[in-house]
Structures are given as C-alpha cells and as structure tokens.
Design a protein around this ligand. Structure first.
Ligand code: SPQ
Length: 431
C-alpha cells in the first residue's frame, strides 16, 4: 500500500491541465461496442483501473480489443455473440462494470459469475438484481442476491415498466441493457434524473431511445441492434472537480481545465460553486459525439457556505467529497442533505470524509443523509487514509495544499481507479 505526502503550496496553482477521459462514458463505450455489430473506435478512453476492468471482462468473453496510438478499437460481437466466460469475471473496484455487465448478461444464453474486490463485496446489488429478476433473470448471490459474487444464468427476459426508488444511472442502465434482449418494451422511471450517458450513447449506436421531456422516464424496445461507431470520450468533470477545488482554496491560483464534459446531468458542481461565490469561466463550448464539452477557467476566490440537497444531488453525487473540503474553506455553514447514496459508494463517503477531515482539523459532522461543515477552518495536516476510495484520496490530497503541516494519504494508489497520475498532475500545477 503506497502513501503520498502533499505539502503546502508555497505559491498559487497555475497552468493548463487536460482532464483524463470520463469514466462513465469510457465504461459504456467499451461495453456497448462489444455488443454492437461491426467495429468501434474509441478516442480519449480513460485508462484508469476501473475501465481497464471493463476491458478485461469483455476480453474474457471473446471480444477482440486493440490499443494503438491512444485509439482503442473494439471488434463488436453483437448481443448474441459474447462467449461464455470460462473463469469468474472480476470487476475489481468498479460498481459501474458489475451493474451494467449484469444487465447485459441476464438476457444472454451464457452462464457467468461476476465478482470484485472487498469494496464491491459490500455494495448493494439488489437494486439491480431485484428489477432484473422481475424481467425473468436468474441471478443469485450472497444475502439473497444482494451481494457478490453474482451467479447469472442468462435466459430470455420480458420487458418491464420499472419505477426506481433511487436516482441511479447504474440501475437505469442495467435495466435498459437487459431490455435490449427482452421481449417488448422496457422503461425506467427515476425519482430524479441521473446521468444520461447510456441514453446518449445507445442513440449514437443506433438504438431508438425514447425519453420524457424531463428525462426521468426512459424507454427502449427489445431486439434493437447496436451498430459500431466512432466514440470520442470527453474529459471527466468529476476529475476536473478536484482541480476546480484546488484552485479555489489555494491563494493566487489560476488554472485552465481543458476538455471537460459538460453534460447537464453532471454539472451540479458548477451550480454549487457559483452559489458559493466562485467565478468559473466556461470557454470554447462545443459538442463532441452527442456530449457537450468546454474548457473551464478557475481563479482563487473567497467562498461562502451554502445548503445542498434535493434533485441537485444526483448531478454532483461523486463531487461531494471535494465539496466537503471546499466547505471547510468557505465562510459560514455548509449543509449537505438527501445524499444517503454516499453510504453505498466505494466506502461510506459520509463517514470516511467526516472522520478523515476531522483528523486534519476540520469542523465537520455526519448526519443521517449528509454532513454539516463549519468554515472557515485552518487545517493542521497529519496522516489520513483513502480507505481504498479514489475520490476520498483525491479530496484529502487537496487539504495538503493549504494545511499547516503536510498531509500524508495512506492507500493513495486508489486514485488510479479514475485518475492515473493524479499526484504528478497536482504537483505540476505547483511549479
Ligand atoms: O463505478 P462506481 O464504483 O460506482 O463509481 C462511482 C465513482 O465515484 O466513481 C461511485 F462510487 O461513480 C458512479 C456514480 O456514483 C458511476 C456511475 C455510472 O457510471 O453510471 C453512476 C453513479 O452511481 P449511481 O449508483 O448513482 O448510478
């Protein structure tokens, strides 16, 4: 297990940083390409540990995937063309991989066992196995199908109209992907709109996807075919969030973040930063492959505490650890509520962030569905842990830029899940 030490930034952070590829879109690009007919090329793919797990699972099912000059070529096998895996499929740390893949596998004629690391072993799977069983899937796992390993005996499915109790793109995507192989229509209705990369990308692969005006209800028809295409993966706004936060808390900083995905289902962080008083300039707005992209310019500035909750939460769920750090440097109180989903991420992100920030001198307390942070606080530094959670690791690293003493992060290698080279890029901005 590697530790990383982050020291006080003696001057502001400066420069232009190109963001790594979007993790959610990278997973989907390989998975959809594999079940498409014909070839797909993918540019900007994130070579983080999670997306590499998706590649390795698809290769285990006979999908040929080549990597040359930063372009990935996937030779699609069609929905019925995946080969039965001879060994257990290992998704590593990736919740997206296990949930989306289970949706695909449920409607094939294959038997498969899917598992992951210790963190995956704790994460709830009944949120997908329950609706998939309603469609006729044969899935089992520990705790009555709630926990990995999942054993999936693929068989023919029937479409359902599912009212999801959670706003979750993984739940929505698992059901829609199973729906591709099901008889008739499959729809998912969510309590609030979750990220819509599956809907956008299925459309790019030639599948008819119907959506209600507000995006909460999505519908597809069984038997639809995916056709290989060219995919361009934009930079990940969830990765950009750490650099937005780094610049906003480190005096005299000015950073340009290039190539940031601006899908409206993901830009809640920008709404929050604006409310906190930050000035972020959005430049060079453009569309790439059905996804909006822009460059973001961020300058250090004073921040104020705010209230965060409601339908905004799914639009920034992965950014809450970074927002918690920002809130320690904002004047007044920040209250984050309706964010109970944080408890079922790579770690319980409410408990890990609260305990680790307290260790660094922050005034923060956990609530049932979020946290309350008092600012502005001088952080003292010390030794903390990511507990194997990439977003916790990167958030705690930000504290090192402003704390009196260095911040040492244990299990720092976790950052490779979504941002390989994160510490080098952060240090590069200090020079
Ligand atoms: O893939 P994984 O491990 O679930 O990753 C996380 C993350 O922080 O990177 C969550 F822990 O992102 C999820 C995100 O929270 C990725 C995702 C997707 O690509 O569909 C959707 C969100 O999860 P959910 O449960 O709301 O669908």
């Amino acid at each position: 297990m590697a530790s990383e030490k982050v020291n006080l930034a003696k001057t502001g952070l400066k420069g232009a940083v190109r963001m790594p590829g979007d993790k959610s879109i990278s997973h989907r690009s390989v998975l959809f390409a594999a079940i498409a007919e014909g070839n797909t090329t993918i540019q900007g793919f994130l070579k983080g540990a999670d997306c590499l797990s998706t590649i390795s699972c698809m290769r285990q099912m006979g999908v040929e995937i080549e990597e040359k000059d930063e372009v990935i070529t996937v030779h699609g096998r069609g929905l019925d063309g995946l080969k039965e895996p001879l060994e257990v499929l290992d998704v590593g740390n990736s919740g997206t991989t296990i949930r989306l893949l289970s949706g695909v596998l449920s409607g094939t004629s294959l038997y498969s066992v899917v598992t992951g690391d210790e963190s995956i072993a704790r994460r709830p799977m009944s949120r997908i196995t329950y609706p998939l069983k309603m469609m006729g899937a044969a899935i089992d796992g520990r705790d009555d199908g709630n926990l990995t390993p999942l054993a999936i005996r693929g068989r023919s499915l029937k479409g359902i109209d599912y009212i999801s109790p959670v706003a979750s793109a993984q739940v929505k995507s698992a059901i829609l992907l199973a729906g591709l192989n099901a008889k008739g229509k499959t729809s998912v209705t969510e309590p609030a709109v979750s990220r819509d990369h599956t809907e956008r990308m299925l459309t790019a692969f030639g599948v008819e996807v119907n959506r209600d005006e507000d995006g909460r209800r999505v519908e597809i028809y069984g038997g639809a075919k995916l056709t290989g295409t060219d995919v361009y993966v934009p930079g990940d706004i969830s990765s950009a969030a750490f650099f937005l936060a780094a610049a906003l808390i480190t005096p005299d900083s000015h950073l340009t973040l290039e190539n940031v995905g601006m899908n409206p289902t993901r830009t809640g962080i920008l709404d929050v930063l604006e409310q906190m008083g930050a000035h972020i300039q959005v430049k060079r707005e453009r569309m790439q492959n059905g996804e909006p992209v822009a460059d973001l310019e961020v300058t250090y500035g004073t921040l104020k505490g705010i209230q965060i909750g409601g339908d905004l939460i799914p639009r920034l769920i992965d950014e809450i650890p970074a927002i918690a750090v920002l809130a320690t440097q904002a004047s007044g109180t920040t209250v984050i509520k309706n964010a109970g989903e944080l408890k079922v991420k790579e770690t319980n992100r409410i408990d890990t962030m609260v305990s680790q920030l307290q260790q660094l001198g922050a005034k923060v307390k956990a609530t049932n569905d979020g946290m309350i942070i008092e600012g502005k606080t001088d952080l003292v530094g010390g030794t903390v842990s990511s507990f194997g959670d990439h977003r916790v690791g990167m958030s705690l690293a930000l504290c090192g830029l402003i704390a009196k003493n260095p911040v040492t992060i244990k299990e720092a290698e976790a950052v490779d899940v979504s941002f390989p080279g994160f510490f080098n890029v952060l240090n590069g901005c200090k020079n």
